[in-house]
Design a protein around this ligand. Structure first.
Ligand code: CP
Length: 339
């Protein structure tokens, strides 16, 4: 295969802290209007969505337009053919086209490809290897941006780090990432990427979740190593009240237990005991050091977070969503400029 030299944006872990800081600086310049570069003039960028989206899809389409380009949006199985990603399979089932051809054809039209392919929450060992995203990256001759895979949502994490920086200034902060009850198990990409990026930025990170909802062991090792390298720290607790003490940032997210992949009904039964306790409310926010409240959205009100918190001055969820636009413009500009 004729692979050209390019970089992808699959996880923040592939980028150094300095590079991530530079991307945030660039995003802040795009936001202020100081950066007006239009590296996509006369060029197209593909966006491939296996799953629904509001923020990611709209912010990428707007970002491509603002960089002077044209967005080609495709939905495999909807507006484009059903896609196979496995190697060596006999394609006599319901899949019409292989990623091998799909991405190389797109690469002849477009200077980059963004792809969203969530975890199906069926098979932990398989999904933790991010097979669809990896197939895109393996075959693509142009840069690939992860728009949320089974394991990572790096654009979200970058917008989150930009929002912390914008609201609280540069430097180490006391950041709490807390699990919250939700009626059904959700993918782990957002908490994985938030924790990894917070560690890379050197924050004092507390991860709170009930027992049975641990993040991936290998990823936790990486989070600890990155925190050590950056002069930060990582603490994991199942005490949801104490976890809020002194926090400057509260980031809420629900996720499914990896032991329950393939049996969601068991997860739903297990998590029921946490419903009343694992919600972000005013009582918990009072334990913080006037913390910001953050969530990637979409969020279920009065399930993950009470109205009184999400509607309070502490809440920066809308500013955080706006920052998706600016940070993705910075990422696309960096990738297509190839600096
Ligand atoms: N936060 C986020 O990725 O939102 P969407 O799922 O709406 O794109």
């Amino acid at each position: 295969m004729n692979k050209t030299m390019h970089r992808d944006f699959l996880t923040t872990g592939d980028w150094t802290r300095d590079e991530l800081e530079q991307l945030i600086e660039s995003a802040l310049r795009f936001k202020s209007g100081d950066e007006r570069g239009m590296p996509l003039v006369g060029r197209s960028f593909a966006l491939v969505f296996f799953n629904p989206s509001l923020r990611t899809r709209a912010s990428m389409q707007v970002g491509i337009f603002e960089l002077g380009g044209n967005a080609v949006v495709l939905e495999p199985g909807g507006t484009s053919w059903t896609l196979e990603h496995r190697e060596g399979v006999v394609m006599d089932g319901d899949k019409t086209e292989h990623v091998a051809e799909f991405v190389r054809v797109l690469g002849r039209y477009c200077v980059g490809i963004g792809v969203r392919a969530f975890a199906a929450l069926r098979n932990w060992e398989e999904e933790r290897s991010d097979p669809i995203l990896k197939a895109f990256a393996r075959y693509s001759e142009v840069p690939v941006i992860n728009l949320e895979s089974a394991m990572h949502h790096p654009c979200q994490a970058m917008a989150d780090m930009m929002t912390v920086r914008e609201k609280l200034g540069a430097g180490r902060k006391r950041v709490l990432m807390t699990w919250a009850w939700h009626p059904k198990p959700l993918p782990m990409a957002v908490p994985n990427s938030f924790a990894l990026a917070a560690a890379q930025m050197g924050h004092e990170l507390t991860i709170a979740h009930p027992r049975g909802y641990e993040l991936d062991d290998e990823l936790v090792r990486e989070i600890n190593e990155r925190a050590f390298d950056a002069g930060g720290s990582v603490r994991v607790t199942d005490d949801v009240d104490e976890a809020f003490d002194g926090a400057e940032v509260v980031y809420a997210k629900s996720w499914g237990g990896r032991m329950f992949y393939g049996s969601p009904e068991e997860d739903i039964e297990e998590r029921e005991q946490y419903r009343a306790k694992w919600i972000v409310d005013q009582e918990k926010m009072k334990r913080t050091s006037n913390a910001l409240f953050m969530h990637c959205l979409p969020v279920r009100r009065n399930v993950i977070v009470t109205d009184s918190v999400i509607d309070s001055h502490a809440s920066v969820v809308i500013d955080g969503a706006e920052n998706r636009l600016h940070v993705q413009k910075a990422i696309m500009a960096r990738l297509v400029n190839g600096e």
